[in-house]
Each structure stands twice: as C-alpha cells, then as structure tokens.
Design a protein around this ligand. Structure first.
Ligand SMILES: *Cc1c(COP(=O)(O)O)cnc(C)c1O
Ligand code: SF4
Length: 350
C-alpha cells in the first residue's frame, strides 16, 4: 500500500502553512485534549488563501475547541448507556454498533466521539470474541454496523477475520461499514481491502462520511468507485456544519457530488453537542431551510433525511421539515400539504 504522510502536531501544521506560527501554543493545548491527524491527501485540498476554507474548518484544530459550553456533553449520543459489552452499542432492537478500533485516519474537529477517538482501546482478541458472542447470542440482531473509530484503518487481514466471524452468524444479514477513509486516505482502499469488506453470504453496505463536495477529489472518487464496482451499495452520511455546508449552494453541490459518485445520500446529521464544537454547529432552523431548498431544486436522489441524535441515548429522529398538517375538525377535517414551491393544497382525510 502506498504510504501517506499524516500531519499530527500543530508544529507540523505550521510548517505546512496550515496554521499561523503564533497559534501553535494554544493549539498544542487543543491537541493535548483532542486527537489531531490530517493525512496528506486532505491537507492538499486546503486552500491556504481562504481563511474560511471548508476543508480546513473540519480538520485543522482551532483554539475555539477549548471553549466548552455548559450544555455540551462528553458522550453526546449516549453510547455508554447502551453498551452491554465492550465494543458493542445496542440501542435499537435489530442492529448493533461494533466498535473495533478508536483510531481514525483523520480526526474531524466536530467528532461526536471526540472524547474517545484517537485513544487506545482497540478490541483485543478476547474482547472481540466477547463482542461476537453477544451478537451470536442475540438472534434479533439483523445488522452489524462497524463503527469506531474508523473500521477501514484496520488491515485487510484483521477485517477479513471479523467478516468471516460475522459471515458465520446466521441471523446477521447485513454488515454496514461507516468510514471516512475513502475521503481521508483514498489509497488505503486497495482491492485487497475491498475484498476483505465483504462477508460471505451477507450484504455489505458502506456509509461514507462526506461534508463538502471538494472532499470528493479524483482520488476519493476512484476509491468510492472501487467499492461500488465491487458491488457494495454506498450511502452518504453528512454532518451539517457552520461554514462548511450551511449554504444552499454548498449543500446542493455536496449532495450532487455524492450521487455522481454512486453514493446515495442517507443522513444529514444535525451536529451533536460534542465539547468545544459550538463554532461549528448551526441551529436546527438552518438545517430545515436547507432541506426545503434541496427538495425543491435537486433530484430526489439527492435527498438525505435530516436527523438529530437525541442526547442521552434516545436514538435518531427525523427533524423535518414537515410538509403535512392536519386541519379542521369533525365534518371538515382534512390535511393541508405543502408543495415544493411553498403553496398549500387540501387533501381528504382518507
Ligand atoms: C446511528 C446508530 C445506528 C444506526 O441507525 P440507522 O438509523 O439504522 O442508520 C445504530 N445504532 C446506534 C447505537 C446508532 O447510534
Ligand atoms: S472519522 Fe468519524 S469517528 Fe473519526 S474523528 Fe471523524 S467523525 Fe469522529
């Protein structure tokens, strides 16, 4: 595999002209708290002349990360509340997260698991076996979602072992891999790794995390094509971020770029209340307005569901916008449905 250089300290980021020299002291404080890694292919996408560059905003540490807000949470989506054994999060009846590693190829500054990613805590053989035993013992588990950390930082050999174990569990029908590696370090998506992503007899879906059209560089598009050509359906996961994709134009371009890469937009996540990320969050009203814009103006293929992961571990809920209202009463009850131009129409109750 071709080796990619990764920038891991504020001093290295300064040497590459990605942060001002006088910020290194403060950024060292950030780096002591939250992991930093910027792989070469992503660093190359940063426009150094743009102080608001959407790539830099996502991956280059910022002193504002030291400014926590009282309502921010160390475990914003309540993973801990639903972890029956190490490495497993079982929140919904028919699916579990299996977290094999806490390492990622890049550390997103808004990460909802920023308190744990980048720290040691990979599942060793015994812990993996215990996690697999949990899946084997719960026949209601239809889908296993590899998350983390990023499962595609694992070697093809390690991934193949896990897939082999999952392939042997009858009640598991779907394996879903959540990853940012095709964007962060596309050369890691080798044909060997792609083969290792398939569990024999199961369907493997890959959810690729992308927040700006520019992340889909030619190399990233090629990596996605290798997975799609291997027969794995690709889904897009994006996080709504201030200064990255919170304008109608940026959001339309992102969704279209995903579909061009055969990635079906799945979720637009409202940014979680992760510590020190308030400068990257938007209001929910912003997300709803962007979704309305998309619905009217771009292909149905380009429509994700806008979801909020409810703090405390209550799961994801779609948060609109809503196009249907119930009106009137008794003899005159009816729906009012809104079209993509904002005009309303009556519709009978049944
Ligand atoms: C997000 C999440 C899932 C996946 O939810 P889908 O709606 O199926 O994409 C599963 N388990 C946990 C714990 C999650 O946080
Ligand atoms: S790749 Fe995912 S888990 Fe890793 S830092 Fe980014 S958002 Fe967090």
């Amino acid at each position: 595999m071709a080796k990619t250089q990764t920038l891991r300290t504020p001093a290295r980021l300064r040497d590459r002209g990605l942060v001002p020299a006088d910020s290194v002291g403060r950024l060292d404080e950030v780096a002591a708290r939250y992991a930093v890694a910027l792989p070469g292919p992503l660093a190359a996408l940063v426009d150094r002349d743009d102080p608001q560059d959407p790539i830099a905003r996502q991956f280059v540490p910022d002193a504002r990360e030291l400014e926590g807000q009282p309502h921010e949470l160390a475990d914003p989506i309540g993973d801990d509340a639903h972890s029956p054994v190490r490495g497993i999060v079982h929140r919904y009846p028919d699916r579990v997260l299996l977290k094999l590693t806490q390492i990622c190829a890049v550390y997103c500054r808004f990460c909802f698991r920023r308190e744990i990613v980048g720290k040691p805590g990979a599942l060793d053989r015994a812990a993996l076996e215990a996690a697999l035993d949990y899946i084997r013992g719960h026949t209601e588990i239809w889908e296993v979602i590899l998350s983390g950390g990023d499962p595609l930082v694992l070697s093809a050999r390690r991934l193949r072992e896990v897939m082999k174990a999952l392939a042997a569990i009858d009640h598991v029908k779907i394996v879903r891999i959540h990853t940012r590696v095709p964007i962060a370090d596309p050369v890691r998506i080798t044909s060997d790794l792609v083969r290792a992503m398939k569990a024999s007899g199961k369907a493997t879906y890959v959810a690729v995390h992308v927040n700006h059209a520019r992340e889909l560089s030619p190399a990233a598009r090629a990596a996605c094509a290798r997975m799609a050509d291997a027969g794995m359906p690709l889904l897009g996961q994006s996080v709504l971020l201030s200064g990255v994709n919170d304008t109608p134009q940026a959001m339309r371009e992102l969704m279209r770029a995903l579909v061009e890469c055969r990635i079906k937009p799945y979720y637009l996540h409202h940014a979680d209340l992760a510590p020190g990320t308030s400068h990257l969050r938007t209001g929910i009203d912003t997300g709803r307005a962007l979704m309305r814009d998309l619905r009217g103006r771009v292909s149905g293929l380009c429509q994700p569901a806008y979801v909020l992961d409810i703090p405390g571990g209550h799961g994801k809920s779609p948060i609109g916008p809503n196009y249907l209202e119930y009106a009137g009463s008794n003899g005159n009850a009816h729906y009012i449905v809104e079209d993509f131009n904002g005009r309303t129409h009556a519709y009978p109750p049944r």
